[in-house]
Structure formats: structure tokens, C-alpha cells
Design a protein around this ligand. Structure first.
Ligand code: NAP
Length: 298
């Protein structure tokens, strides 16, 4: 470990962040979890907490105190307000590790790279030492399908043959913990993916097997998907996501070995992720199926 400088973890109660906190604690780091609501219950015993709201730069500034390094997870779909928060971090800290996305393309202007490109750009504009963890699709996205699968209803998906290299949130967290506590990562952009690209059809198959339900999906059109997504995201984000997914039918999402190169251990498979979330996926007791998968999944 490089040193015991103080690390602040934002998003500390979320699916990636709570693993980051636990990993840092296990590595003996000086970690503080930033919480903004009653979700502080997910912070492991023995880890200090500080309240902070990422929509309020003043509250983030207050949380920074003597922090040296920030793990920045921006949980919103837009970058509004992010530059002020990043400026506050730059005034107090030396280093930031930011959770970005593999969809960011360096040959496009930041404004065309969604929230992630805009935040990377704002960070680049400071004197901070930065590391960007560009993450492929999070496997947790597929938890949205567990309700229809459990109810034996078809999952409604556009582009069922789109193949994504979904990543386990623990792999993101283990990479983050290394990067936050080791030297030599300043200025690095890491592309983090799962170990294989699986079509959406295959993903439904894995979840259905864990749930003990027959795999069922129905392909919906781009327009149908767009209408559903507009209930939770803005038009620019929806159109860019749909265009990206369409591209993955003929060109599967790339697979990298970066998780293994940094942690020394291969990235966990989607099947492994599903087993780790079996309690979230299965509607009833399907322990025999889980056991069958456990014996065959890395
Ligand atoms: N989904 C994908 O495929 C994908 C791909 C690439 C990158 N990403 C990035 O991955 C990240 C998602 O991480 P995740 O799955 O760990 O998210 P998550 O489970 O939804 O957790 C979000 C965290 O942010 C906290 N939070 C919410 N509002 C806040 C506020 N106003 N102030 C301070 N904290 C706040 C939440 O706290 P509470 O628990 O208290 O609400 C929670 O700790 C996002 O940054 C996303 O851009 C996602």
C-alpha cells in the first residue's frame, strides 16, 4: 500500500461503493464513507462516515476535511452541478478515482460522451491526479428483468442479440481499491469489463435458470424501447443508449483483461454474478439449480 492518506468514498452505500469501502477496510486503508441518506446501514462496522450530498458542493466541501483522495461515483444521469463538486475536490485533495463508462470515446468531444465524458473533461481541467475506471455494462442492470422472469412473463428487450461484457460490481470495487491505495495509476484510463460478451438472450437464460423459470423474452422495437426509457431518462441519453446497443448486435462489446492485470485474478463471469445475487433473482426456493450452477461457474 502506498500510504495511509485519507480516502473518501462517495456512493458508499451503493452496489459498487459498499464493496469499495469493504475492500479498502480490508486493505487497512484510512477510509471514510460519504452517505447522504439513511443508507448508512450498509457501511461496515469500524468505518467512519460523513454526511454529504453530491447535489450540494458546499456539503461535499464540508465532507472533504483532510481528505487526500476521493473515489468519485456520480450517481446521476446528467453532469449538472458536477464541475462545482469537482472544483471543491480539487481545492482540498490531491487525487480522484472516477467511475466512468467504456462508451466514452476519446475521438469524440466530451459533450457527445454523455455524463461520463463531461465529468472526465471537468476532472482533466483541474490539477488533480486522476484515474478513470471506464466500466462496461454493470451486471446489476439485469436485475430489472427479475420481476418479469419471476412472474414467468417474457422480458421485453430491444436488440436481443446485442452482446455486452457485463461486469460484476465487486470487480470494479477491487480494481478501485487497488488504484486508490497503490502508486502508479495517475493519468491512467482503465477499460474494465467482464470476461466474456453475452447476448441479452443469453443473459435472460442465465437469470431464468437461477430463477427456475423457462427463459422467455420478446423483442421490442427501438421506438417501443425509447418510449419506455423516456419515463426515466432524457431523450439524448435514451437515443445514445439505443444507438450503442444496436451497434452491439454486429460488434459485441470488447472484452479486456484489465481486471486481472490489476487485481491478479480474472474478472468474474456473469454466471458467477447471478449466483452471488441468487436471492435477488429467484422468486422461490431453487437451491438445487443454484447448486448445479455453482459447481460449473468460475
Ligand atoms: N449501469 C451501467 O451499466 C453503468 C455503466 C458504466 C458506468 N456506470 C456508472 O456506475 C455508477 C453506478 O454505481 P452503483 O451501481 O454503485 O450505483 P447505486 O447502487 O445506484 O448507488 C448510488 C450511490 O449514490 C448515492 N447517492 C445517490 N444520490 C446521492 C446524492 N444526492 N448525494 C450523495 N450520494 C448520493 C446513493 O446513496 P443512497 O444509498 O443513500 O441513496 C448510493 O450510495 C454510476 O456512476 C454510473 O454512471 C454505470
Amino acid at each position: 500500500m502506498a500510504n495511509l492518506s485519507k480516502i473518501l468514498v462517495t456512493g458508499a452505500t451503493g452496489s459498487i461503493g459498499h464493496h469499495v469501502v469493504a475492500e479498502l477496510q480490508a486493505r487497512g486503508a484510512n477510509v471514510t464513507a460519504m452517505t447522504h441518506s439513511a443508507g448508512g446501514g450498509r457501511v461496515p462496522a469500524g468505518v467512519g462516515t460523513v454526511v454529504g450530498d453530491l447535489t450540494s458542493p458546499d456539503s461535499v466541501e464540508h465532507a472533504l476535511g483532510d481528505v487526500d483522495t476521493v473515489f468519485l461515483l456520480w450517481p446521476f444521469l446528467a453532469a449538472d452541478g458536477a464541475p462545482d463538486v469537482i472544483d471543491a475536490i480539487a481545492r482540498h485533495c490531491r487525487r480522484v478515482v472516477y467511475v466512468s463508462a467504456t462508451s466514452v470515446r476519446d475521438d469524440r468531444p466530451p459533450a457527445e460522451n454523455g455524463v461520463w465524458g463531461q465529468i472526465e473533461d471537468a476532472i482533466r481541467g483541474t490539477d488533480l491526479d486522476w484515474t478513470f475506471l471506464r466500466v462496461s455494462g454493470l451486471a446489476t442492470n439485469t436485475l430489472a428483468w427479475t420481476a418479469p422472469i419471476g412472474a414467468s412473463q417474457p422480458v421485453r428487450i430491444p436488440y436481443p442479440r446485442a452482446a455486452r461484457s457485463l461486469i460484476h460490481e465487486r470487480d470494479v470495487a477491487e480494481v478501485a481499491a487497488r488504484v486508490l491505495t497503490e502508486d502508479g495509476h495517475a493519468g491512467a484510463t482503465y477499460l474494465l469489463t467482464g470476461p466474456a460478451a453475452l447476448t441479452q438472450t443469453d443473459q435472460v437464460g442465465v437469470l431464468s435458470a437461477i430463477a427456475g423459470r423457462p427463459p422467455r423474452f420478446v423483442e421490442i422495437t427501438r421506438d417501443e424501447a425509447r418510449e419506455e426509457m423516456l419515463t426515466w431518462a432524457d431523450a439524448a441519453m435514451v437515443d445514445s443508449a439505443l444507438t450503442y446497443w444496436a451497434s452491439l448486435v454486429d460488434t459485441p462489446e470488447p472484452v479486456t483483461r484489465t481486471v486481472e492485470e490489476i487485481t491478479g485474478r480474472p474478472a468474474r463471469s456473469f454466471e458467477r454474478w447471478a449466483l452471488d445475487h441468487a436471492d435477488d433473482i429467484r422468486p422461490t426456493q431453487t437451491s438445487e439449480i443454484v447448486e448445479r450452477y455453482t459447481t460449473t461457474s468460475p
